[in-house]
Structure formats: C-alpha cells, structure tokens
Design a binder for this molecule. Sequence first.
Ligand code: PLP
Length: 379
Amino acid sequence: MIYFDYNATAPVMREAREAWLKVTEDLGGNPSSFHRAGSRAAAVLADAREGLAALLGCHPLDIVWTSGATEANNTVIHHFARTLDSKSEIWVSAIEHPCVAESAQHYFGKRARLIPVTREGVIDLDWLTAELADTRPGLVAVMAANNETGVIQPWREVLAMCRQYQVPFFTDAVQWLGKMPARGLGECDYVSGAAHKFGGPRGVGFLKVPHQRRLTPLLLGGPQEGGRRAGTENVPLIAAMMAALTVREKQMSEHQHLLRGLWRDNFERQLVRSVPGTTLVGAGQRRLWNTVLALMPEGDRKFQWVARLDKAGFAVSTGSACTVGKEAPSHVLAAMGFNAAQATRAVRFSGGWETTEADWSALLKAVAQVHEEMSRVKA
Ligand code: PLP
C-alpha cells in the first residue's frame, strides 16, 4: 500500500513508537502523584512542555495537553462562549475544520460570522481589513493551512491585524505542524495541534493559550494542567508526540519543501493531461508542499476513485469528512464557490515526508489506469 493520506493521519514514526514504549514501560506513575514514580512522570511532561514551547516560541506554561485538536479547538470556542458578553461576535474563516466551525455555530449561532474565502481558497484579507476597521469581534479564528486544499492561510498578517485592534487570534495549526516550521506560531494567542498529523500517535494534541489569562476548562474534575484541563495526562502519548515533532522540525528544510513541492507539481501537471476534465483546486495559491485536491471528470464520483485506487494499492481520500455510504458536501469547496455536483468529484492526494518521487509516479500510473477503467464503464 502506498500511502497518500497524510492529511488524515501520517504514519507513526519509529522515534514516536520508541518514546511511547519507553515511557509506558519505565515511567508508569501518575504525574500528579507526590511519590518518585509520579515525579518522574511529571518530569516527562515538563520536558515535553519546554520542548514544545521552545519550538513554537512561547512560555512552557502556555501549553495545555489535550486528547487531540478537536478537544483543543472546542476548548477555545467554549472558553469565549463562557467569557464574552452576549452581544459579542466571533469571526471564523469559512473553511475551518468542522470542530471549529460546528463548535462556533453551537455556542454562538448567528454571532459566529464567517470570514469569506476567495475562489482559490484563501481568506479574504480585504474583507477582514474593512470589517475590523468597523467592528471588534471577541475572537478571530483562521487556520494556518487548510486540510482539504492544503492552501496556506495568511495567519501572520491576520495576527498583525488582530494585534493592531487588540482582538485575540486563534489559529488551528494542525495541518501546518510537521510540514512547515513551528517557529512563530507561539505569537498567536491560541494555537492547536494534533500529533497524528506529524508522525505521532492518534488521540493526543495540545492547545497553546496565554498562561497569564484564565482559560475556562471544557473538562472539569481535576486540577491537572493548572486547572485548565481536568484528567490525568497521557504521558506516553505526549512523549511520543514530542519525539515526532522534534524529528520533523530537524528534518525540515527549505530545499526539501521545494523538491517535494516540485514532485507534487509534476504529478498535478501530468494528472490534468492524463485525466482530461480534471480541475485542480487552489493550485494558484501558496500551498502545503504535500497536498493535491482535484475535482475528477464529470460523472465520476469521489468514492469510486477512492475505492478503485485502494484496490490498486493506493490510500487516498475524498476531500471532506464522510461517513460510510454518505457523502457530506464539503463546506470548504462550497465556500470557495464550487457547487455540490463539483464537490462530489473531489479527491485528495496527500503525500508526506516519506513519499518519494517514485511513489508520485506510481500514483499517476494508477490514476491513469483507473480513469481508463471508469471510462470503459461509462462508455
Ligand atoms: N483541525 C484540522 C485542520 C484537521 O485537519 C483535523 C483533523 O482532520 C482536526 C482539526 C481534528 O483533529 P483530531 O481529529 O486529531 O482531533
């Protein structure tokens, strides 16, 4: 199986597995216990906190460990729902992951305004500039890079605008981390991440919050994480997460990104040639170097593509969240101005740090083969 679904979950790194095993076997105490076993587990957490803070550029006490990005993102929105007055709005980009979008909708309803995006899938900075000059929302949320399109969002510019108007800024950095350098993210007020997107295990993540400000916890019932998130920390998963992120940060280089981006671009160029009628999404924008989102030819359905490629030995995915047998139209594509029919043809190919040029070539051959099969079926 050649794996092209890194944006869903990246393969777990050896270093992460080893760190998990070591902490599980050797450091079994509860980090809140006073005895030595507890202190040793607490020391692992302290190290991880310092390590992550150093990578992001923030204070170690800004880090809150969570069960993943869904929890981290819900925590931020919930906090503002509990602390803002009943008239305040929050502004979230129209392409946020559902765990931000649905949470904003749930807690704020109409007071959650959507920041529009262009046809190319990047948030409309002119809209934001004009609106911010007029109104002050209680929070602005713009993800660092989109999970479906890979389009990089201008989070640094939005951060600067929010600073100017003293509006808190939150970025979901789930797809950014591990693919782009973490440095600078710590300047954002709120940042979320999930280990399984950068070679760590599933079910663990973090939230960066300003430690000087109070955070209303989502989970109650314990003093862990400075009273900001109740529940015993999953020390082995946290150690594994940090092992993976540390490796990724060391491996990363401008040269690697350029090279891998070229393999991806080459795949895209040949894809539109070998499968006529294919449309690339967001290809004119700055994107993560690993992601391709393609609308396959008219009449094709994304699940047929995913299933046939799976049979051929390639793991790819549809662009948006889906449940078995049910197609959820992508709110990201809708926000970009694509219609529902176009959205049913969206297939995402997301490679990663272990993907080779030969893997992209093999994928291209398989795609051409599947296209031929599907054309025969249609004829
Ligand atoms: N945010 C983004 C941008 C994502 O891509 C995902 C996962 O797909 C999440 C949040 C949620 O992460 P998790 O499922 O690990 O909680």
